[in-house]
Design a protein around this ligand. Structure first.
Ligand code: ADP
Ligand code: MG
Length: 662
């Protein structure tokens, strides 16, 4: 094959432009990315060699070498991992195979700060080399292929790249960065070692660099030992040293690992720039033995709501990397968790299918789920700063400075978590029956009395009115619609708090939660309002009388609206509004039906019940009006509008209203 020039996939070209323009504040991540690729390549070789030992080609000591050349202005990362064939180099270094790439690129705004956040999450990987290099040369040969089947890939990081066939006896890959003028400081052992210590200590392979030593410069006048010398310099000695700890972090003892190391490992596996909110590291012993190191990120990825998206937990078996994104290790609703599980019980050649059926994996999954919920419970518990407590004897609790700092560091973390991931957590009510009660305690909502999404079911219960028998909630498209919904009127009047549920998954999720800690959950938009003991006798009597007196009018309304409303009845839930829509006790809400339709899914035609406020002037006017039919339809359509819906025939609605206005 001769040299050929190929174009990058359009998304890659776009990404490259961004990489070089917006990642400046985090330049040094390129080394972490390239070393992580080298390490992945060694992992892959080890994995493939389980079935074909010949791939090692008698060289089983997997390692990464980092070298630099000040004169040539290059930095090179070399591994003896799996390597790439020509086609693989074209495919892997010219396109982005990750699912959701297009989706990701479409989210880029051109605002550098926002984009660099996004890009960080997406993981620019190999292309990050172009932050510091204006040209990258990759030479590679795949394990098991002939020396003559090597490949050289060169690109300046603009629109295209060149590939050609080369002879390369050694297996694996070397990536040479031709450093930009402003990035020359990366051609220094001191600088490179520092970055490796920061990011790559836990990489389980040795990362090697050539030792240097100081050499004095030549004498300017060779006959004069005391005379001046040329400047001295560090020179390479030909000896190699391992510059990282070369020990998988999760296999080390907890007490020997600093918080910084835990955080750096998280950044490495998650591509996040920020520290995680929490982590847990445990060695689990018993019938199934494994190590778990799990993290809760502080920021949602751009594709969080894609349930098909890969999970964030890597599976290792006895320190050998098996697979990324092992979705069997955690339920889908915990897909935001990042980390590693290393099992000593699973076979090395375990497949995804096998994982689904393995009893060990089931135990690991349960164990990991418990740990994650435990972390969330801790975050929730420490979300607010503790108030100084004074005992009955007047003794004020003394809080140590250390505890105060601790509390300050943890405060607000759960709120942050919940804002990012709360909606996903709710999916768990339907998905994880066994942990339903623990999950319910972790949920937070806004309410008719609290704007912030901060009210737990327990908070709500503690504030319930004397005689109140249910936890009341309303679902709506957004907070404003929920808060101003006519259905809330009587609750406001009586000072009863109502939880506002405005996430898309709320209605679905609440199907799985009938009660909290023995108190039933009741939608204020479903069934007849039964305020039970909250209603006094005179109110009950007035309602009954109104219903009786309105019977003939209700019959007429029902006839006029027979295509739209299931039933028409007098209500006690309204104060200021003339009418509202409710659904039967176990029916699907009109809001959910609307959402399903918008999503192109089949939804039953829900015919709501129209409830009218007998006290309202408009309703009183209905009887005997010559416009009865129009008013009836307007009443219905307005009730629909009030809950964020649209009249089935908006033009007809406008016409009717205008006719009355004129
Ligand atoms: P990711 O590592 O997330 O897959 P990268 O952009 O870092 O994305 O790398 C793209 C792909 O290029 C890798 O998936 C791999 O197939 C290939 N690759 C990169 N570096 C190497 C290497 N040192 N050895 C073998 N393959 C490599
Ligand atoms: Mg990578």
């Amino acid at each position: 094959m001769t040299k050929q020039t190929l174009s990058f996939q359009a998304e890659v070209a776009q990404l490259l432009h961004l990489v070089t323009h917006s990642l400046y504040s985090n330049k040094e991540i390129f080394l972490r990315e390239l070393i992580s690729n080298a390490s992945d390549a060694c992992d892959k070789l080890r994995f493939e060699a389980i079935n074909d030992g010949g791939l090692y080609e008698n060289d089983t000591e997997l390692k990464v070498k980092v070298t630099f050349d000040k004169d040539a202005k290059t930095l090179t990362i070399t591994d003896n991992g799996i390597g790439m064939s020509t086609q693989e180099a074209i495919d892997h270094l010219g396109t982005i195979a990750k699912s959701g790439t297009k989706d990701f690129v479409s989210k880029l705004s051109g605002d550098q700060k926002a984009d660099s956040q996004l890009i960080g999450q997406f993981g620019v990987g190999f292309y990050s080399g172009f932050i510091v290099a204006d040209k990258i040369t990759v030479e590679s040969r795949r394990a098991g292929m002939k020396s003559e089947e090597g490949v050289r890939w060169i690109s300046g990081g603009a629109g295209d790249f060149e590939v050609e066939n080369i002879t390369r006896p050694q297996r694996g890959t070397s990536v040479t960065l031709h450093l930009r003028e402003d990035s020359m400081d990366y051609a220094s052992a001191w600088k490179v070692k520092g970055i490796i210590n920061k990011y790559s200590d836990h990489i389980s392979l040795p990362i090697m660099m050539e030792k240097e030593e100081w050499k004095d410069g030549e004498l300017i006048n060779p006959s004069d030992e005391q005379g001046g010398r040329q400047p001295g310099a560090m020179v390479k000695t030909g000896e190699w040293e391992t510059v990282n700890k070369a020990n998988a972090i999760w296999a080390r003892a907890k007490k020997d690992i600093t918080q910084d190391e835990y955080h750096e490992f998280y950044k490495q596996i998650s591509h996040d720039f920020e520290a995680p909110l929490a982590y847990t590291h445990n060695r689990v012993e018993g019938s199934t033995e494994y190590t778990q190191l799990l993290y809760i990120p502080g920021k949602a990825p751009f594709d969080l709501y894609n349930r098909e998206k890969s999970a964030g937990v890597k599976l290792y078996v006895k320190r050998v990397f098996i697979m990324d994104d092992a979705e069997a290790l955690l339920p889908t609703y915990l897909r935001f968790v990042k980390g590693v599980v290393d099992s000593s019980d699973l076979p090395l050649n375990v497949s995804r299918e096998l994982l689904q059926e393995s009893r060990d994996v089931k135990a690991i999954r349960e164990g990991c789920t418990k740990r994650v919920l435990g972390m969330l419970e801790d975050l929730a518990k420490n979300d607010k700063l503790p108030e100084a407590t004074t005992s009955a004897e007047g003794v004020t609790d003394v809080v140590s400075e250390e505890d105060k700092l601790d509390a300050a560091a943890n405060a607000g973390k759960y709120t942050k978590f919940y804002n990012e991931f709360g909606a996903v957590l709710k999916e768990g009510l339907g998905e994880d029956y066994a942990n339903k009660d623990r999950l319910a305690k972790l949920l937070r909502f806004a309410s008719s009395t609290t704007d912030a999404v901060s009210v737990s079911f327990a908070d709500y219960k503690a504030r319930m009115k004397e005689g109140q028998e249910a936890i009341y909630y309303i679902t709506a498209d957004n907070a404003a619609a929920a808060k101003n919904s006519p259905q809330l009127e009587v609750f406001k009047k009586k000072g009863i708090e109502v939880l506002l549920m405005t996430d898309r998954v709320d209605e679905w999720a609440l199907n799985y939660l009938q009660d909290f800690d023995g108190t039933p959950l009741q939608s204020v938009a479903k069934g007849a309002v039964d305020l039970g003991k909250l209603q006094d006798e005179t109110e009950k009597k007035a309602a009954e009388e109104a219903a009786e007196a309105f019977k003939p009018l209700l019959a007429k309304l029902k006839e006029a609206l027979k295509d739209k409303a299931e039933d028409v009845r007098v209500t006690t839930r309204l104060v200021d509004s003339p009418a509202c829509l409710v659904v039967q006790d176990h029916g699907m809400s009109t809001q959910l039906a609307r959402m399903l339709k918008q999503a192109g899914q089949a939804a039953p035609d829900v015919k709501p019940v129209l409830e009218v406020n007998a006290e309202h002037a408009l309703v009183k006017k209905l009887d005997g009006s010559v416009h009865f039919n129009d008013l009836a339809h307007i009443l219905f359509d307005q009730a629909l509008l009030a809950e964020g819906g649209l009249p089935a025939d908006p033009a007809a609605y406008v016409k009717r209203v205008n006719a009355l206005l004129v």
